[in-house]
Design a protein around this ligand. Sequence first.
Ligand SMILES: [Mg+2]
Length: 133
Amino acid sequence: MGLNILIVDDSAVMRSMIRKTMELSGLPLGEVHQAANGREGLTALERNWIDLVIADINMPEMNGEEMIARMQAVPELQRVPTIVVSTEGSRTRIGRLERWGVKFIHKPFSPEMIRDAVREVLGNEVAHGSGAE
Ligand SMILES: [Mg+2]
């Protein structure tokens, strides 16, 4: 069974770069959904089963931080492993994202950085998911 991923970035070029990186990562992929801002991202999360979110921060309409903040308020979305790929330099903002369990990657990124981050967040998810609730 492949991973259903959601790529949220206002740049179509960046979305296809991330998609290609994921295709080359060796990880089994299922559906690949794309969204151009946080609002579209939340809609995709409501309508589809998503195993992994890879999101930008700076986007029109709703930025990535607000999208992730809203995900934190929804129990079913709170645990979706999330990676942020951004040029963001604010330590405060990065710290906030990291407290939500988000893995942060600076642009420009290498395919290896994405692949390693995906393995890291999915590994964490497996570890948390095996606990009693
Ligand atoms: Mg952007």
